[in-house]
Ligand binder design. Structure first.
Ligand code: ZN
Length: 336
């Protein structure tokens, strides 16, 4: 399809490509008008084929919604390192992409519209700011298989010198802890991730382990209370680390564990409250009040991908309805 940039309606597709599925949204003038999920095929060819299929499917629904409109840009969030150049993705192990792959260029060639590729946590930070209507510096803290944050500072994504900004999951947390896959000992993500809950509180009945744990704790199970509070304390450390390094106004809890909802927020705020009670310094910072939940439905990442596409397409102009302009940084690669 050939996008019509002169179209009065701004139509953009956002894709959040995960290890098992693609979550795609169709945005018209900044509002989600359609969404769908697609199974992911692995490897570079599989990811290109999956993304093309997803864009075609969403574009196909556009005709009935906004006759005559065409998709003008596509944004893609991927769990991996996005390198300078043509939207090149590397180390996306969950997608079966290890060697650098020019995903953005290949997709742009297949789709005939500008394609912007960005790290999945970065697009989630953009999406969270937009969906929750938040201004000010923001960290999107994903509590999933691992723990890491996307950072939106002064309206711009902060990726860092080597793309490691926000990698709080590998901050040392327990000097006597087990070895982490990264090679260090006692990393924070061994305590603050969904994987940590799976290990400490295996679900007996198919209910996600975090939901099972928080329900058992609410029912007064003393072991569950202990595991929950230890988990919440580790998440509090991630929040405190982010706040004391870049002083973000908002820390949005996302990732699979955030589906627990309000009980997670309460537990993390309580853990931060204990720290504030013990430290007048922390109390003045109001850490607990900065934490909030990602909206349910995990839509923030594909919405953020769509917003990144607008910024990438209009590089330098800013998206208008996003949290603010992204810089023309080399890791947001837009190719036509
Ligand atoms: Zn580690």
């Amino acid at each position: 399809m050939r996008g019509d940039v002169a179209s009065a309606r701004e139509v953009v597709v956002g894709l959040d490509i995960g290890g098992t599925k693609v979550h795609g949204v169709l945005l018209v003038d900044g509002a989600v008008v359609a969404e769908d999920r697609f199974a992911v095929r692995h490897g570079a060819d599989g990811v290109v084929a999956t993304a093309t299929l997803a864009v075609d499917a969403l574009a196909g629904r556009l005709a009935a919604l906004v006759p005559g409109a065409e998709v003008g840009a596509v944004g893609v969030g991927v769990p991996g390192l996005v390198l300078p150049g043509a939207g090149t993705v590397a180390h996306a192990v969950n997608l079966g992409i290890v060697e650098p792959e020019p995903l953005g260029a290949r997709l742009a060639g297949a789709l005939g519209v500008p394609v912007t590729v960005e790290n999945d946590l970065n697009v989630a930070a953009l999406g969270a700011a937009h969906v929750l209507g938040l201004e000010g510096d923001l960290a999107f803290l994903a509590l999933g298989t691992g723990v890491a944050a996307g950072l939106l500072l002064d309206g711009r994504l902060r990726r860092g010198h080597r793309g490691a900004a926000g990698e709080v999951g590998h901050v040392p947390y327990a000097a006597d802890g087990p070895r982490c896959a990264c090679g260090q000992v006692g990393c924070l993500e061994l305590y603050a991730s969904g994987s940590a809950i799976d290990a400490a509180w295996p679900s007996p009945d198919g209910v996600p382990a975090p939901a099972h744990l928080f329900r058992a704790a609410a029912a007064g199970d003393v072991d569950a209370v202990r595991v929950r509070d230890r988990f919440a304390d580790a998440v509090a450390t991630a929040v405190q680390t982010l706040t004391l390094t870049v002083d973000v106004e908002h820390v949005v809890l996302g990732g699979g564990v955030s589906e627990v909802g309000e009980p997670l927020l309460v537990a993390v705020r309580r853990a931060l409250g204990r720290r504030e009670a013990a430290s007048s310094f922390l109390a003045t910072l109001g850490l607990a009040d900065r934490v909030r939940l990602a909206p349910p439905g995990a839509r923030v990442a594909p919405v953020g991908a769509a917003l990144a596409a607008l910024v990438g397409r209009d590089a330098g102009r800013g998206p208008g309805h996003a949290a603010g302009p992204l810089p023309a940084r080399p890791t947001t690669a837009t190719v036509a």
